[in-house]
Design a protein around this ligand. Structure first.
Ligand SMILES: *Cc1c(COP(=O)(O)O)cnc(C)c1O
Length: 230
């Protein structure tokens, strides 16, 4: 799988170059491999190359692939999460990126209580106010965070966004800037169960801009694994 090694090296090189350009440390950036539709053998090969975190957007896929994938990897739930699917993934994922509403928070809290586990999550913000995208509106974020602070089993570690798509990735910069601003604002306030450490933003075509604007975790699918066959 020569192409995989080449893609992996290419992404790593670009992360490094971007960090140098904006005076950040490459260790601050987590590269999440987005493995949706990708065959288990290829996912395992990427773990062999150094991918330590993988993300899927469907609970059913996490469940199906879980035992086929190398155990030395952390799983991330990055897609819209229906409340009735929470129980399917709670014992498998290290981080849920898509906490975006009170009903989901309540379901996670309820399920986590049953199994006595703490659950780490990011709050997904609909930073472009796009009606077709999940994520909480930025002006409703505080209410959700206050609800989190009253929970027992959930720990919010940061924020995530899926930015609007532009042909020219430079156009997305204002949205990443806005996310970083919200992130920094929340970070300065002390809430129980909330610690702003992870800013999950940037995908294959805009991760360099995201790093420049403060991302600590980038989610890369096609850039690593090639085009997806649905
Ligand atoms: C598919 C997906 C990605 C990766 O997208 P690419 O453009 O293939 O890098 C990142 N984040 C989420 C939430 C996704 O669903």
């Amino acid at each position: 799988m020569v192409y995989l090694t080449e893609n992996y090296n290419n992404i790593q090189k670009r992360i490094l170059a971007t960090c140098q350009r904006c005076d950040r440390k490459p260790e601050e950036i987590t590269l999440l491999g987005v493995t949706k539709t990708i065959d288990e053998k290829i996912v395992n090969a990427s773990i062999g190359l150094g991918i330590a975190n993988i993300g899927e957007n469907k609970p059913q896929e996490i469940k199906r692939k879980y035992d086929l994938i190398d155990k030395d990897v952390k799983w991330h739930m990055i897609g819209h999460l229906q409340s009735n699917k929470v129980k399917m993934i709670l014992d498998k994922v290290s981080l849920i990126h898509s906490l975006d509403r009170l009903s989901l928070l309540n379901e996670i809290e309820k399920r986590a209580k049953m199994t006595e586990q703490t659950v780490e999550a990011l709050i997904q913000v609909n930073i472009g106010d796009e009606f077709q995208k999940s994520g909480i509106a930025s002006d409703a974020l505080e209410t959700l965070i206050e609800a989190v602070s009253k929970c027992r089993y959930i720990r919010v570690k940061g924020l995530m966004c899926i930015a609007p798509y532009f042909d020219n990735p430079e156009d997305v910069r204002p949205f990443f800037k806005k996310m970083k601003n919200i992130f920094d604002t929340v970070r300065k306030i002390e809430y129980n169960n909330v610690k702003m450490q992870i800013l999950s933003m940037g995908m294959s075509h805009d991760f360099e801009i995201a790093i420049e604007e403060g991302a600590t975790l980038i989610r890369v699918g096609t850039g690593l694994y090639g085009a997806r066959n649905y």
